[in-house]
Design a protein around this ligand. Structure first.
Ligand code: PGA
Length: 229
């Protein structure tokens, strides 16, 4: 029977995911574990640079990240948009403005992710491109801590839109030109690595679940801000 076949799927699954995916991935693990009760999972959540280190050292079965490594040969597949947007406290003076020129962010108090973060890298690239110099008030190694700092009035920041779920009332997403920064989550593994049955099962489950998520929620993503509300 099908139940017997599922019972055959036993063993360990080691996942390593970038910080922005920590909202989406754990939510999906519940149903996966119910389908395959014999699979034991360990999940590492860390930034882009550390994910690359883990990949190089072959520490996990599968990796989720939003920028494909340049120097490691990987097999990968995109599965969901991961747009980066400008977060501000809900009462921020720019919260109600439309089409804010990106230059307007110059000198705005800003909260920045730590070096090694893919979010930070994408933000800096965009700001450099348009000559925007924000005033970095604080550097923090956690999206959650950044949200608390924004809510506390320390400044604005750029974060994955997925970090907003589910508590949206304290924050505004600013309608700044050139945002959202379009990014995509990938699932992948070093080429040449032989995936276990368990890892392959999860890989397919994730692609399938992401497809359902898009059907239910729209692409949730790389579209202009006003279409997201
Ligand atoms: P980060 O991951 O934690 O490295 O910023 C997010 C990303 O790369 O999208």
């Amino acid at each position: 029977t099908v139940a017997d076949l599922k019972g055959l799927k036993q063993g360990q699954l080691r996942l390593a995911v970038i910080t922005t995916a920590k909202y989406f991935i754990p939510r999906l693990l519940g149903p996966f574990c119910q389908l395959y009760p014999g699979i034991e999972i360990s999940l590492q959540v860390t930034n882009h640079e550390r994910i690359l280190e883990r990949m190089l050292n072959n520490m996990d079965d599968l990796y989720i990240l939003s920028q494909v490594p340049e120097n490691i040969d990987v097999n990968y597949e995109p599965f969901l948009d991961n747009p980066l947007v400008v977060f501000a406290p809900v009462n921020h003076p720019l919260a109600k403005q439309k089409n804010i020129p990106i230059k307007r962010l110059t000198n705005e108090p800003f909260i920045m992710r730590e070096p090694g973060s893919g979010t930070r890298r994408a933000v800096q690239k965009l700001f450099d491109q348009y000559g925007v110099k924000v005033k970095v008030k604080l550097e923090l190694g956690s999206n959650e801590a950044i949200k608390q700092a924004i809510a506390g009035g320390l400044g604005i920041s750029v974060l994955s839109r997925h970090t907003l779920m589910p508590d949206s009332s304290e924050f505004a997403i600013l309608d700044v030109e050139h945002f959202p920064i379009k990014r995509t989550w990938f699932i992948g593994y070093p080429s040449g690595k032989q995936l276990s049955i368990v890892a392959r099962t999860y890989y397919e489950y994730l692609l399938e679940s992401a497809k359902k998520f898009v059907e239910e929620n729209g692409d949730y993503g790389n579209s202009p801000v006003d279409k997201l509300e």
